[in-house]
Design a protein around this ligand. Structure first.
Ligand code: PLP
Length: 404
């Protein structure tokens, strides 16, 4: 384990107050706070290196390019991809999912072909497919779940037809916290010759992910949810698939040569990186990876698992408590409602006590519909949260409940 007090001191924002109360930040599934060394790297790069990458012969441009490409290697090693050709920098999970959805559908799907998603997807893994459904007439098939919030693998197996062209599922639900058995789901899809895209937005911050072990075909995640900067994310894709997909956007950086008659696209990974990348953010992301790697992904996972279990155990003692997501395979997210208190009222009153939680549908409205609710209150944990903060949350929920 690590020294939690030392860790907290690395995050200046954690020592601020809101409404005169110490901040209890439990909205980590939405975004995480940044350690000083990530922010310092960003500031230092702007102050002493800044220049556009790849095209310059001058010193600064080469230095900025080195930082940017070192970040790509860092990401490769972090997720154990085979090659940096498989690491595409994006704006975030949403862009990675959209890229694959758009390019894959264009190249490999005909009207009537099917994509399999799950009932617990974030909108960013639903709406892009719906856009393609409207454009190209593809169909969306949905894996259902049980009362604990676990996907039904038998039902999943039944969804495959000769029209199934791709599966796109989240590794961890941002509402239920369920850790889906993606490795097994990928194995099943591959038996049908179908590739799988995994949404890793809620897994990469919490436990080790390994592309070669998981054997997924595409994997998308966001820097800002794993202690890195906003505006940068990663799309991993097996080289064999990325080679076959058409570019997502056109512009500078992604071409080898252009004439009015013909454009030759760049090699991987640049074929998918049109325009100036956020090279300062990629360097910031590399520093975030350094930070969490130093703490140890296994230590982070163990710490957060303890927090989640403690929170569940204490919450269950509260009268009228309903927790959504009761799987034994559960990550650092606890969604709940108490009696008939509206989630917005609970969230607003907790905020007045200095506790930052998220309320609403969490960009998963189809999941809310299947649960028969409009929204939940969601507490989500990061590597710097403490049991004492959960005590504050529990006391806060009890206090709000008494008021109603
Ligand atoms: N997928 C999941 C499971 C998420 O939780 C989120 C964000 O909350 C996203 C995708 C979208 O991430 P971003 O907004 O960083 O692109």
């Amino acid at each position: 384990m690590y020294d939690i007090n030392k860790v907290r001191a690395d995050f200046p924002i954690l020592s601020r107050t809101v409404y005169g109360k110490p901040l209890v930040y439990l909205d980590n599934a939405a975004t995480t706070q940044k350690p000083r060394e990530v922010v310092d790297a960003i500031v230092n790069e702007y102050y002493s290196v800044n220049a556009n990458v790849h095209r310059g012969v001058h010193f600064l441009s080469q230095q900025a390019t080195d930082l940017h490409e070192e970040a790509r290697e860092k990401v490769r090693s972090f997720i154990n991809a085979k090659s940096t050709n498989e690491i595409i920098f994006t704006r975030g999970t949403t862009e990675g999912l959209n890229l694959v959805c758009s390019s894959f559908t264009e190249e490999f799907m005909e009207p009537g072909d099917e994509v399999i998603v799950s009932v617990m997807e974030h909108h960013s893994n639903i709406v892009p497919w719906q856009l393609q459904a409207a454009k190209k007439g593809i169909a969306i098939r949905v894996i259902p779940m049980n009362d604990k919030g676990e996907l039904l693998l038998d039902e999943y197996k039944k969804l495959f037809t000769e029209k199934t062209k791709i599966v796109s599922v989240t590794q961890v639900s941002n509402v239920l916290g369920t850790i889906n058995p993606v490795k097994e789901m990928i194995r099943i899809a591959h038996q049908h010759g179908v590739p799988v895209m995994v949404d890793g937005a809620q897994s990469t911050p919490h436990f080790k992910v390994d592309m070669q072990d998981m054997d997924c075909d595409f994997f998308a995640f966001s820097g800002h949810k794993m202690y890195g900067p906003t505006g940068v994310g990663v799309l991993y894709g097996k080289e064999s698939w990325l080679d076959k997909l058409p570019p997502y956007q056109g512009g500078g950086e992604m071409i080898e040569s252009v004439s009015f008659e013909k454009t030759v696209f760049e090699k991987l990974p640049f074929k998918f990186e049109a325009g100036t990348p956020d090279y300062v953010a990629t360097n910031g992301l590399a520093k975030a990876i350094d930070y969490i790697t130093r703490l140890g992904m296994d230590n982070i996972a163990a710490h957060e698992s303890e927090l989640t279990k403690y929170c569940m155990q204490e919450m269950q003692k509260i009268d009228g408590m309903r927790i959504f997501g009761q799987s034994a395979y559960k990550d650092a997210v606890v969604s709940f409602l108490v009696g008939d208190i509206h989630h917005l009222d609970m969230g607003t009153l907790l905020d007045r006590l200095g506790i930052a939680v998220r309320t609403g549908h969490h960009c998963a409205q189809p999941l809310m519909i299947s649960l028969g609710i409009q929204g939940t209150v969601r507490a989500s944990f990061g590597l710097y949260n403490t049991k004492e903060e959960i005590d504050v949350l529990i006391a806060g929920i009890k206090r709000v409940s008494k008021m109603f």
